[in-house]
Design a protein around this ligand. Structure first.
Ligand code: SF4
Length: 470
């Protein structure tokens, strides 16, 4: 049961804005994120990030407490900026607000100016404030605002660079790498906003924890004003692209996430059109391989009901991809009350002849009810779906953030043709594990026999036979 007006959220399927800001900032070279708020915020966020990526994560906090809240956060923010500048010498400090400091209305930009004025004799890092009020929107909007703030402060027109800016959104490091590799195959020079591929999947070294020496540089962000265009992989993080288009005439293309066959085709077309590039043979062969994998998997995936939750562009991309695989998306849920998401799902539903229950701004409590109503053979989402899957006795394919109950979240990839192939194997093998016996025959459970036997559902029988014949 889903009500339009909600009075409480139970098991949210989203996180707060500063978390999205951090996800963006962890892909930038030698940069320190500073959360202007109580220590609990940064501790909670570091905890989530560390148990997902299994990498050390540096996040600073202005450590606000009861006293400082009353007098305002100026003293704490100035002190934090001083300490970080002296001890870590970053190229940049990005200050994000939190529930607390938004509520007391601290003027972060004003305090930063005061800090700069008080330190005119010193070489200071670039300092950028981002307003990320956590009680509205979600981590996706936090990500969006952060990239926009970076570009607004740094983008500087000079000479055309022939590059394409890519705003990735919150991807796994492996997916970030998939996108970079695909661009490399296409001979496309790019600026990745932001590049987490090395920072969040780093080799073990003996060096002590310090700021990242890989990722997107400030120079690259400055250069985004001189690019041929910007492609935002997630439609919900395109504010920086729209800013660059308006201010510097850098063409903006919003989405879709290159997830699945058609969406990757669209991404490749966008890149080739913007960059005036030809599709090389190697990309065509990867495309053919994905098609081949989809055909091989079809008899196992066909008509399986799938429930999907996560970030809006991931869920709409995954809805299309699973429909391409012949599956039936039955429930799709995102934590953001996004119109764009609903529009996307409606378009996909029309094209693919599906009719999923759409929960935009939904929580996992709603989702569980919807699954009971619409049914699902498999659940796709982050680790918070585990208990729901267990209760419904269906497998959970872990994708998204956070995944803390399995290893290798940083290595999960599903974007592009190559990532798509990995995903097809993974979802099909999950279904094989769960619904097929060791000889490869489908385990027809009582539920299915009931449908065939008692109701004599001809359509189902036909589908079942068709599935057997393929
Ligand atoms: S919701 Fe607010 S209090 Fe909680 S971690 Fe986010 S910023 Fe901090």
């Amino acid at each position: 049961m889903h009500h339009d007006k909600k009075f409480a959220i139970v098991n949210p399927s989203k996180m707060c804005q500063p978390m999205g800001a951090l996800q963006a900032l962890l892909g930038i070279k030698n940069t320190m994120p500073l959360i202007h708020g109580s220590q609990g915020c940064s501790t909670y966020m570091r905890f989530q990030l560390i148990r997902h990526f299994r990498e050390p994560i540096e996040v600073a906090s202005t450590s606000m407490n009861e006293k400082t809240v009353i007098y305002g956060g100026e003293f704490n923010l100035m002190k934090a900026l001083k300490n970080i500048t002296e001890k870590q010498s970053p190229d940049m400090i990005v200050v994000t607000s939190s529930c607390l400091t938004e509520t007391i209305g601290d003027d972060m930009a004003g305090i930063i100016e005061k800090f700069k004025d008080a330190n005119l004799d010193k070489e200071l890092p670039v300092i950028i404030p981002v307003s990320t009020p956590s009680y509205v929107e979600s981590h996706v909007e936090g990500y969006n605002r952060t990239i926009k703030a970076l570009v607004e402060h740094l983008a500087t027109p000079s000479v055309p660079n022939g590059k394409i800016n890519i705003i990735t959104g919150n991807l796994s490091p492996a997916d970030c790498k998939q996108v970079k590799d695909l661009l490399c195959q296409l001979n496309c020079d790019s600026i990745i906003l932001t590049d987490t591929s090395e920072n969040l999947d780093a080799p073990l070294t003996e060096e002590t924890l310090s700021l990242y020496d890989e990722g997107t540089s400030i120079k690259e962000i400055e250069d985004t004003a001189n690019s041929l265009g910007t492609i935002s992989l997630s439609k919900h993080v395109d504010s920086a692209a729209l800013f660059l288009e308006k201010k510097f005439g850098v063409k903006s293309i919003s989405g879709p996430l290159p997830l699945g066959f058609e969406n990757t085709d669209q991404f490749v077309t966008s890149v080739c059109e913007l960059g005036d590039l030809e599709i090389p043979k190697s990309v065509e062969r990867d495309r053919g391989r994905l098609l081949d994998a989809m055909v091989d998997a079809h008899s196992y995936n066909f008509h399986r009901k799938v429930a999907i939750f996560g970030d809006p562009d991931f869920v709409s991309g995954m809805t299309r991809f699973t429909a391409e695989l012949g599956m039936t998306p039955s429930v799709v849920c995102t934590g953001t009350g996004s119109k764009r998401f609903k529009e996307d799902i409606n378009i996909i539903s029309k094209e693919k002849g599906i009719n999923p229950m759409i929960l935009a701004g939904g929580d996992l409590f709603d989702m569980h009810h919807a699954i009971k109503e619409a049914g699902a053979d498999i659940l796709i989402g982050n680790a918070y779906g585990a208990s729901m899957a267990k209760e419904e006795n269906i497998p959970l394919l872990r994708v998204g953030f956070p995944i803390f109950d399995r290893l290798g979240a940083q290595r999960i990839s599903m974007l592009g043709y190559r990532g798509g192939i990995e995903f097809v194997d993974k979802i099909t093998n999950t279904l094989l594990d769960f619904y097929y016996d060791e000889a490869g025959y489908e385990i027809v459970d009582e539920k299915i026999e009931e449908i065939i036997g008692e109701e004599g559902d001809e359509g189902f029988e036909e589908d079942f036979m068709a599935q057997e014949e393929i």
